[in-house]
Ligand binder design. Structure first.
Ligand code: DX5
Ligand code: ZN
Length: 225
């Protein structure tokens, strides 16, 4: 299967009292999936929302692909609830988890895809040993917890390493990704692009998402030659 470019806006910095409206607007403007940032105040020093809100959003938005980015201390705890809420892909941080393979299995048994995420200080080799278990690897390009932070371009060697070794793996980047930083993500080999403030705050969301996508599509065409 050939690699596809996908744009998944993060709604973290949107008006969360209007979650369904904001999400639908992003989808209407060309988002390929929704990246839903779940934080528990333990794994990261911030709180957002959990499965009850995701379930309500799913009731309003039937078709879109939902990825939950689980920035939580116990990802194993929320698998069943998130599957029940209609989540398509459960992307969790491996740092606090003892039995990564067991969690991957449980996610798959619940009918969701598996995403494995690492923070900036976690070496890529730590996630690499689980690649076979995953549908996607998320390389964080900021310390998780807040939107609107500065992009860390020193994470690109991790992306490049994965792309060089796993040509068909879905590789996602998240944090500070916007028009000014997309090209280096794309060239390094990322094909799933999370962008929060870069899309949410844009006057023309459609144009920004199209430009992000074409940068990735062009890069894929180059390195797949
Ligand atoms: C950060 C979250 C990100 C964030 C992205 O912890 O995981 O998804 O919302 O927002 P920007 O693009 O503004 O960094
Ligand atoms: Zn995220």
């Amino acid at each position: 299967m050939s690699l596809e470019a996908k744009i998944g806006p993060s709604i973290l910095n949107a008006d969360l009292s209007q979650l369904a409206v904001e999400s639908q607007k992003l989808l209407d403007n060309g988002a390929d999936y929704l990246h839903l940032d779940v934080m528990d105040g333990h794994f990261v020093p911030n709180l957002t929302f959990g499965h009850p809100i995701v379930k309500c959003l799913r009731n309003k938005i039937k078709e879109a692909f939902f990825e939950t980015h689980m920035m939580v201390a116990k990802p194993e705890q929320w698998i069943t609830d998130m599957a029940d809420a209609g989540v398509d892909q459960y992307t969790f941080h491996i740092e606090p988890v003892d039995d990564v393979i067991g969690v991957c299995r449980k996610i798959r048994e619940s009918g969701m895809k598996v995403g494995l995420a690492i923070k900036p200080k976690t070496p890529v080799e730590v996630v690499e040993k689980y690649v076979e278990m995953a549908d996607l690897v998320l390389i964080m390009t900021v310390e998780p917890g807040f939107g609107g932070q500065k992009f860390m371009d020193d994470m690109m060697p991790k992306v490049k390493h994965l792309r060089d070794h796993y040509p068909s793996l879905n590789i996602e980047v998240d944090g500070g990704v916007a028009l000014n930083t997309i090209d280096c993500c794309a060239k390094a080999g990322a094909n799933w692009i999370v962008s929060g403030t870069g899309v949410i705050k844009a006057d023309d969301q459609r144009s920004v998402m199209m430009q992000l996508k074409s940068s990735v599509t062009n890069a894929i065409a180059q390195y797949s030659k």
